[in-house]
Design a protein. Structure first.
Length: 579
């Protein structure tokens, strides 16, 4: 028995040594990006595309979304119709539709999609898929309809639709399935896989700098060449966020998505452009320079977030805000949310894809025989408050909002609070006097209701106007609800947990979803058609956005933190899922 054990240990040691030698002899698989030709605008890489597709297809979110109002509206959008048209052209060129069945067959594990032209939707797709599986796909089965080509010792297939002038090319090379909408892209990829020295996406500055600036790759990695994307008219037309101006200071961006059962975490890095000498001197030639922000804004923002109540609906903290921004925040959220002219839109009007009707027989709310009433705006006596904010260096601002039902459960009330951290202590009598001067025209014709009364931890106006304030050294808190300001005060002893940040925000979807549905339903109800024969048009808030909220009901909360490190802007976005 003893000799047997010795023999077994020797055998195990030999196997281990042999396996280690084998691992050392087999070179690691090269990164798939090594085979992607240069010139891409957009690069998407996934560790396991087939697994992601399987998760999506069996998810309840997919089943609910495709039957939702949000999907119905999306299916009528210009973007959807543009993609549908491109899909039809692909089907004409390839001889089979690019549906979910096609995608599931062509989805392997490690995969890459590189987009080279937005207008023409020219792309390269490659995925690691055993050759036996590749030859079972409908694409391979229809190769007789394609023209064979050869490069790098590999045969590939090309088919062109003369009407749309679209072309589709594909190949199977070892354990990789390749698909492209340009013959030269596929041929270039095969040459790179055969050891060719053509230029790759890895050698381009926007891609290499982005990957170097990022951490480890996530389950999905997206790299954007913002220099070229932002200048594209197609990107400006179809980009959902409509924030092209915000993207102009950046040359490239990279985002990694990490998935787990209870959390999706997105790590983003945006690379700032290197300013030229002319661009740096331009502001001096045009006029006075922008005031320099006081130091310590990022630290103050991280400190201010600790005041956010645990069960708040939404919060947003910013470092080094301008005085005008703080004044607007106080005015719109707490002091005087007046009705007035809508701000001019920066977005061109969208194309109406309906039948062109502008009204319905049941629409009794819209007057067509008189000019719409112009609501006059009363100038506010804001000089005292504005002057006080102008001369006070503000390190950080925080806005907090929550909703609650009234006792009858009919109306939804919105409570807001604003906190400002200054570089020096606030003048309490001065700030309270300035606030009273601001709100006096709305609450009284004399001095009634505008005197401050001290409470246990804060001061309140003595009238019907719901306004409470707290001044504690460098901290100023203003709220329209005493309960919210008390909840913030209770967190002053809380330990700071966040590192310095320029922006921190959070949204409690689980808390606010039901109130949003109730509130938006009441707002949209007068606009709903009473004609039973009229075509149903989903309302924007209660229908479109409400159905999206219902689809994503399992997403309980979202948080974002933004930090700056030299020429890099780091963003961490976290989505928490209900177990």
């Amino acid at each position: 028995m003893k000799h047997f054990m010795v023999f077994l240990l020797i055998a195990i040691a030999c196997v281990g040594i042999g396996w280690a030698a084998f691992q050392a002899a087999v070179p690691p698989e090269p990164p798939i990006s090594k085979y992607v030709p240069a010139g891409a605008l957009f690069y998407l890489e996934g560790r396991n595309l087939s697994g992601l597709l399987a998760d999506w297809n069996k998810s309840p979110q997919k089943q609910q979304w495709i039957t939702s109002d949000n999907y119905e509206i999306f299916s009528r959008s210009r973007l959807f119709l543009r993609l549908k048209g491109a899909g039809d052209q692909f089907a004409a060129a390839a001889g089979l539709p690019p549906d979910m069945n096609f995608l599931s067959q062509a989805a392997g594990t490690h995969s890459v999609l590189a987009l080279y032209d937005i207008g023409k939707l020219q792309f390269l797709y490659m995925t690691r898929l055993p050759s036996a599986n590749s030859m079972q796909t409908a694409l391979w089965q229809t190769r007789a309809k394609f023209e064979p080509r050869s490069t790098g010792g590999v045969t590939f297939y090309v088919r062109r639709d003369p009407e749309s002038e679209r072309e589709v090319a594909f190949a199977v090379s070892g354990d990789y399935l390749l698909l492209a909408t340009r013959e030269d892209l596929l041929a270039g990829t095969l040459q790179l896989m055969a050891g060719g020295k053509n230029r790759t996406v890895e050698q381009e500055q926007w891609w290499s700098e982005s990957v170097t600036a990022a951490g480890p790759a996530g389950d999905l990695r997206m790299v954007l060449n913002l220099d070229k994307l932002v200048s594209s008219p197609y990107f400006r037309s179809y980009w959902v966020q409509q924030n092209i101006t915000d993207l102009k200071p950046y040359s490239a961006a990279i985002s990694d998505l990490f998935r787990s059962s209870q959390q999706y975490r997105e790590e983003r890095v945006l690379l700032k452009r290197t300013p030229s000498v002319e661009a740096s001197a331009a502001p001096l030639a045009r006029g006075p320079a922008t005031p320099t922000a006081p130091a310590g804004g990022a630290e103050a923002t991280a400190d201010l977030v600790r005041l956010v109540p645990d069960n708040v609906g939404i919060y947003e903290a910013k470092a080094s805000p301008l005085a005008d921004t703080c004044l607007e925040l106080l005015e719109t959220k707490v002091l005087a949310p007046h009705l007035g002219p809508a701000p001019p839109s920066q977005i061109a009007p969208g194309v109406q894809l309906g039948s062109g009707e502008t009204g319905a027989a049941s629409d009794f709310e819209t007057r067509i025989d008189q000019i719409p009433v112009q609501r006059p705006t009363t100038p506010q006596s804001i000089s005292a408050l504005k002057e006080l904010l102008d001369k006070t260096p503000i390190l950080s601002s925080l806005q907090v909002q929550s909703t609650e039902r009234d006792k009858a459960g009919v109306f939804v009330r919105i409570h807001s609070a604003v906190a400002l951290v200054a570089a020096s202590d606030w003048d309490k009598p001065g700030i309270q006097s300035a606030l009273v001067d601001f709100v006096r025209p709305d609450v009284t014709a004399s001095q009634l209701g505008v005197a401050w009364h001290p409470k246990a931890n804060h001061d309140e106006l003595d009238g019907l106007w719901p306004l409470a304030t707290v001044v504690r050294g460098k901290y100023l808190l203003v709220a329209d609800d005493p309960g919210m300001i008390e909840a913030m005060l209770s967190n002053f002893g809380r330990k700071q947990e966040l590192p310095p940040a320029t922006f921190v925000a959070g949204f409690n979807h689980e808390r606010e979803r039901a109130n949003f549905a109730h509130f938006s339903g009441m707002i949209d109800r007068p606009s709903q058609s009473m004609d039973p024969g009229a075509e149903r048009q989903p309302q924007f808030f209660s229908g479109n956005i409400g159905s999206l909220s219902s689809t994503l009901a399992a997403v309980s909360a979202e948080n974002i933190t933004v930090r700056t490190e030299g020429a890099k802007v780091l963003q961490t976005v976290t989505y928490r899922w209900t177990p």
